[in-house]
Design a protein around this ligand. Sequence first.
Ligand code: SF4
Length: 629
Amino acid sequence: MPVPTRYDVSRVALQGGYVAKRCPVRAQLDVLRPTEPLAASAVAERRMARGRAFEVEVVAALVALQPDAVIINPRLERQSREDATAQAMAEGAPLVLGGRLPADQAGRRVGEPDLLVRTAQPAMPAYRAVDIKHHMALEAAAADGPAGPSTRCSTLDDPSLEAATLDATWAARRRRDDVLQLAHYQRMLQACAAAADGGCWGGIIGVEGRVVWYDLDAPRWRTPSSSGRQKARSSMEIYDFEFDFRLDIMAVAEHHLVDPSIEPLMVPVCIAECPQCPWWEHCTSELEAGSGDVSLLPGLGWRPWRIHRDHGVTNRAALAGLDLTTAQLVAAGVDLTPVLAAASQADPTAPVAELVAPRRRAQLGHLEKAGILDADAVLALDQATAAYSGAGMAALVEHIDLARAVLGPAPAYRRRGIDAVRVPRGDVEVDLDMENVEDGVYLWGALITDPAGTGLVEAGYRAFVSWEPMTPEVEGALFVDFWCWLAQMTEMVVDSGASFRAYCYNAGAENGQLRRLGLTTGLSAAVETFINSEHWVDLLRVFGRQLITGSGIGLKAVAPLAGFAWEVDDPGGDLSMLRHETAVGSEVRTVREAARVWLLDYNRNDVEATLALRTWMDHTASHLPMVGS
Ligand code: SF4
């Protein structure tokens, strides 16, 4: 029986908004259930429990502020909750809490928005959906962002979009999973004729306690189009595509269960979601078979994986075996297909200039620079690699190098063109690392060293930490303490004529927190100056620009190259969140103390790891082989 070309999704179970934002393979495996799914980890359990507790807090605040709010009883059966929600909306309740929207049978949707906020529309009551999320919904607006205020925020005492004010200092965080969920509710509101006029909008209440509004029609996502070019699409467009795609996948999976001759649509592709997925064990065995799937290479992504697959390259060994010279020409934009065709018809000694169309002089330049001077040399290029011409694979050389690095005998390689690995150094150096939970940063750790022997600083580890329950005041006071210390030390060292460097590993995380806290504490200008100065070094970038491993280059993965090992068991950011809960909230003093010691040791180890890594990079990494050599 052939696979249906139009999938009948009417037998697919009704789906919540989460399906659109999750891996499509997971949607398939949720139907096929090839094995027992893994249970949620303790870290995931904690995240869910904290999310539920936060939701309860916000709902209590809303109820206190909004006496007319209708709360849908969570103990009712699903159908009764749908009926009660529909009734509350029909009666024009200003706010519906804990509702369940009427099931959208045609669209195969169910959904439970945390809030339904009535609009000021005079005629029929109309609503917008808002979800409560236990994470930050705002970040400091980029200095080079769009001119003028662009973020709409409303307060809990009037959470409607109409009451929102424009804010120039903060930007709504771009969280794809949040907006896809809001788009799901929007389609459900439209299906039951309860959606507000004036475009598609939805809100997120994050730990800041404000409603941050998202224009779901705004074309803010860049995705590949069928022409291979990038196209800006709205959250609604992305949602519609992703949701329908997964319904099709599930429909085919349902058919497969009845008739195994129908092949499921998806095969596993390694993505960031994998380690937390209940099907990870199942997918890993497929992904790691043989030399390993190409998606195991870091940062590869779904689209390049698809292009490799379309070219018959499904594993890392095949990718590593592609020809580098040919790949460099493809990546430079040379269309080798007509050049190869012309060469096959020409005399082997025919100059390459005769094989390239006159209007493609730039391509000719690339060929000549690569030493491809005649038809014979063109025909010596690798056909399989040349087949990537026109596929939009600018990163083809990088992919080949990643595959060669991970399959090669050395644990790491110098990148092409890197003769000596260099690390910016200072007379006085500080390695920095922060630890945070969803509501803020509770620990700034610093390891001070004085490699030039200036005697200006006291070497050693220093922690700025608070074990108070996290509040904006606690976090702000801690940050100011830390920042004043760092700023004074920088100034003192520089004023004395010595050079100063501070190192972090992955400035993306640190800079986001520094900018946010700079904004809330009035230190924005100083923070921005520091971030953009030569004093601030992102060691991850220094590593990634010069060295290549073919695996992830997180600190835990690369510090062992320098022989560094963490003293604490099972070091990891997620686990540190679990420990933080104990460190702050345990009623048993000894348990609390043990968790605090663990967290301080863990943070100290992190900064010791960056010191060890940069020392190794500076002294030893230049002796590593060059990739592909
Ligand atoms: S393990 Fe990865 S590929 Fe497999 S279903 Fe989960 S997220 Fe998708």
